[in-house]
Design a binder for this molecule. Structure first.
Ligand code: NAD
Length: 353
């Protein structure tokens, strides 16, 4: 059974990917420092399989630790080797992601995201594991005004978070050109993951005040506090910003497809946009959320927020042609599943054991 290491596996996207990989029969090792998550997400994954009376629980191992500590990473590789089931590939989610915080504390972001990734890649190389799927972001495109962003569009991040993502991409490009040509690398640039697992057992659990619109919509529906829509004078049909939303379980599937593609094909570096390729305005998202869940989301317009970009939508044709796959879940499912998670867990993971 293929053993996969998932860094940042107790976070939002990581936990959904862990659940998906376990469902598909993989053995997983999870590393997380819990700097922005709770181990309770891992307990909830276990609960899901217990409820299903499924034995895959034995295939999940959690290691609390930080990627800034290379000895710790090496030890995790050694545990796997001692069991004669070495780590076959890595899905690397671990990283800090708050744009505003990255502007005020760039060194924290370089240290955590770049040095952490460097340690991981070095440790992989030393332990003869050269398959990695890396979480990059549409942020690397910066404030492009292009209608649909292609993988070869200009890269010009506008904040340290984006710069650290691009730096890790560059590191991966360099090692791909190295003497040892055996690296299999997928750089996945994701757009806007939202929603939750349909069980309602796991979901997005922001520890800090969220900056992204979907958890803000959920909170506003729940508390009835008015949310602010930044700008209704953008050059779009309804004047609000446009993003490309993707269901987090589709994103999890995209990781698995990428990993399998790498394992089954010759060494290479693959860069893919992971989005639905459909632009949704903030107002369209709010209205869909209201209609699907039969609930009101109070909002008011405010002026544009500094640093915001009008439109970020993926050209996902490369994803479709290479992986022969594209995200399938609808905006309605994203809204329904996200709201279910909130209703079943009003305080996130804090009320679970
Ligand atoms: N959520 C998004 O909208 C989005 C969009 C594009 C890219 N991404 C990227 O995807 C990845 C996962 O995002 P997410 O939304 O699940 O975020 P998240 O914060 O929920 O998950 C990241 C996890 O990494 C852990 N972590 C951070 N630094 C670590 C370190 N040095 N060592 C060990 N663990 C560490 C955190 O504790 C957390 O559990 C991140 O790299 C993020 O930058 C996210």
């Amino acid at each position: 059974m293929n053993r996969i290491l998932i860094t940042g596996g107790s976070g939002f996207i990581g936990s959904h990917t862990c659940l998906h990989l376990l469902s598909e029969g993989y053995d997983i090792f999870v590393i997380d420092s819990l700097v922005n998550s709770s181990e309770k997400s891992i307990n909830q994954i276990k609960k899901f399989f217990k409820e299903e009376k499924n034995k895959v629980l034995n295939n999940l191992r959690f290691f609390k630790g930080d990627l800034k500590d290379k000895d710790f990473i090496n030890n995790v590789f050694k545990v796997a080797q001692k069991e004669n089931n070495p780590i076959k590939g890595v899905i690397h989610f671990a990283g800090l992601k708050a744009v505003g915080e990255s502007v005020s504390q760039p060194l924290l972001y370089w240290d955590n995201n770049v040095i952490g990734s460097y340690n991981l890649i070095k440790s992989m190389s030393e332990n003869d594991c050269r398959t990695i799927v890396f979480s990059s972001s549409a942020t690397v495109y910066g404030s492009s005004s292009i209608d649909l962003l292609r993988e070869d569009s200009t890269l010009a991040p506008t904040n340290p978070y984006g710069t650290t993502k691009l730096s890790v991409e560059n590191l991966l490009k360099d090692i791909n050109q190295s003497k040892n040509k055996n690296w299999r690398i997928a750089i996945l640039r994701y757009f806007n993951p939202i929603g939750a697992h349909k069980s309602g057992l796991i979901g997005e659990n922001p520890l800090q005040k969220p900056n992204n619109i979907f958890p803000i919509i959920i909170n506003s529906a729940f508390t009835k506090e008015k949310l602010k829509v930044f700008g209704n004078d953008w050059p779009t049909e309804d004047g609000t910003c446009i993003r490309d939303y993707i269901h987090v379980m589709d994103l999890a599937e995209g990781h698995l497809k990428s990993l399998n593609y790498l394992i089954e094909n010759d060494p290479q570096l693959l860069t893919l946009n992971i989005g639905k390729g459909r632009g949704i305005s903030v107002i369209e998202l709010i209205k869909t959320f209201e209609n699907v869940n039969n609930i009101s989301v109070p909002f008011e317009f405010d002026k544009r927020r500094e640093g915001d970009v009008c439109k970020l939508v993926a050209d996902n044709s490369k994803l479709k042609s290479i992986l022969n796959w594209s995200p399938t879940k609808s905006l309605e499912e994203m809204c329904k599943d996200g709201w279910k998670w909130k209703n079943l867990n009003p305080k996130g993971y804090s009320e679970h054991n």
